[in-house]
Design a protein around this ligand. Structure first.
Ligand code: PHE
Length: 391
């Protein structure tokens, strides 16, 4: 009995000791991190799809963000402080976006969030950022609902009512294709929204929608929808989805001898698009935020530096990541105080900021109003500039 009691007491003591050490460590860690934040660094958080079927979105955006922060730190930082970024992979999932954003806010105590690319994930994580009053800047989420969440949520890109109209006008006025089918991802706020905005403008211009079919992100077989669509003989097929499904859809459309011209939005922008779509995606057109062929010296300088750093040509996501980070840094420079509230207020007054993707002014809805470009898929990861469309 006594022996057992002793053992228990010992075990208990051991447990207490473990807890004490644990708490001491945790406390120390958080103390150092607060101190560091107060003394010599400004902490940003980034969450994105670094893995999964949209991995190129997260990876490209991350490179753009890192490049911006490295440039600013090399030039002395902001108000004598260096910018530090903590980045997490949300695996391309909405719950992953919520978990990583929450961790960045409550554990890492970042001052500002950069993310996400996909609208559905920005909508999910934006609610958390708004709740904790941490400013969030989405580089490239285009669905209107993202910034409607509240006054802490911003974006540096155009929105889908514009992007949809751009492609509808391009189809009717430039390509003269007056019958369309739409194949949308019903699991994606981006896809559903862009499909609707395209449809509205296309019909307004006299175009006819002959079919509207759906799939769910992650699907790999689109043959039944494509067979239905083929029966309606549309001159174009609008696919407002992300590159993995778009590539597969292009292949299966070709296999089913559907020869409609393929059109889409910024979700096509990936080096994997042509890898997955092969020959079948060549000749397709999509709207985007930037073209690396733009001869504007701001763009060419960015392309040159990015190539030197990463040995590849930056896509639109990299450019948007770079601009999002630069706009956040510009806000930190102008902020009356280095706090989340200070950064929020400064972000809201961003005017005529010269970005790589155009001149960025944040409007009263916390969106940026900017031109779009139309690109044509002409070869392996080769997207040629076709047109610029102004708002
Ligand atoms: N605009 C897309 C969305 O809102 C994301 C995206 C942006 C994808 C740019 C590719 C390039 O979901």
């Amino acid at each position: 009995m006594n022996n057992l009691g002793n053992k228990r007491r010992l075990a208990l003591l051991g447990l207490v000791a473990v807890f004490l050490v644990f708490f001491a460590c945790t406390k120390k860690q958080s103390e150092t991190s607060t101190q560091a934040t107060e003394s010599n660094e400004i902490l940003f958080g980034e969450f994105g799809s670094m893995t999964g079927s949209e991995s190129t979105f997260g990876v490209s955006t991350h490179k753009g963000i890192v490049m911006a922060i490295d440039e600013i730190n090399a030039a002395g930082g902001v108000k004598g402080k260096k910018i530090r970024i903590i980045s997490y992979d949300d695996e391309g999932k909405s719950d992953g976006a919520v978990t990583t954003a929450t961790k960045l806010i409550t554990q890492d105590r970042v001052m500002l969030l950069l993310g996400e690319v996909a609208s559905s994930r920005s909508i999910a994580a934006g609610a958390v950022a708004q709740q904790y009053k941490i400013p969030m800047v989405s580089p490239s989420s285009t669905n209107p609902k993202v910034t409607e969440i509240g006054n802490y949520i911003f974006r540096v890109c155009f929105i889908d009512p514009f992007q949809g109209a751009v492609m509808a006008r391009f189809a009717m006025n430039n390509l003269k294709l007056a019958t369309a089918a739409i194949l949308q991802d019903i699991k994606s706020d981006y896809s559903i929204g862009l499909a609707d905005f395209f449809e509205a403008e296309y019909q307004k211009l006299g175009g006819k929608i002959v079919a509207k079919e759906s799939y769910s992100g992650g699907d790999v077989d689109f043959r039944s929808q494509l067979t239905l669509i083929k029966g309606k003989k549309p001159s174009l097929l609008f696919v407002p989805g992300y590159y993995t499904e778009v590539g597969l859809i292009a292949r299966q459309a070709k296999d089913s001898k559907l020869d409609s011209t393929l059109l889409g939005g910024d979700g096509w922008d990936s080096e994997k698009l042509t890898e997955i779509g092969g020959q079948a995606i060549l000749g397709g057109y999509f709207s985007n935020h930037y073209s690396h062929e733009d001869q504007n010296p701001v763009v060419q300088n960015f392309v040159k530096n990015y190539k030197a750093k990463f040995s590849e040509v930056p896509n639109g996501l990299a450019a948007m990541g770079y601009d999002a980070a630069m706009v956040a840094i510009d806000a930190a420079k102008r902020a009356s105080e280095l706090s989340s509230k200070g950064l929020r207020d400064a972000l809201a007054t961003t005017k005529n900021f010269q970005g790589v993707t155009g001149i960025i002014s944040i409007n009263e809805k916390r969106d940026a109003v900017k031109p779009a470009v139309v690109l044509k898929v002409v070869g392996n990861n080769e997207f040629h500039y076709v047109a610029t469309v102004n708002p």
